[in-house]
Design a protein around this ligand. Structure first.
Ligand SMILES: [Zn+2]
Ligand SMILES: [Zn+2]
Ligand SMILES: [Zn+2]
Length: 88
């Protein structure tokens, strides 16, 4: 099962756009965990959060790869391929 991801070249050296989920900070909502878009630096909340902004960001922009924005976590995920990376 050699699944490969064809989106790795869309990873940039991004600067996180905010210290928390951008959209939730604006609306005052809470989130569970944070995900960082590896293409543009958008910070969004995970699918365990009620607003799921990281996934919404992918649907809107088609930016394929996110990385965990939690301290000490280095895993990443490609939405189109549904592949987890242990370390990005
Ligand atoms: Zn991919
Ligand atoms: Zn959010
Ligand atoms: Zn993005």
């Amino acid at each position: 099962m050699a699944q490969t991801c064809s989106h790795l070249e869309q990873i940039r050296a991004v600067t996180p756009s905010a210290g928390g989920c951008e959209e939730c900070l604006k609306t005052g909502d809470a989130w569970m965990h944070l995900r960082l878009c590896e293409t543009c630096g958008h910070v969004g909340c995970c699918d365990s959060s009620k607003n799921k902004h990281a996934t919404k960001h992918f649907r809107q922009t088609r930016h394929p790869i996110i990385k965990s924005f939690e301290p000490g976590e280095e895993w990443g995920y490609c939405y189109p391929d549904e592949i987890f990376f242990e370390k990005l």
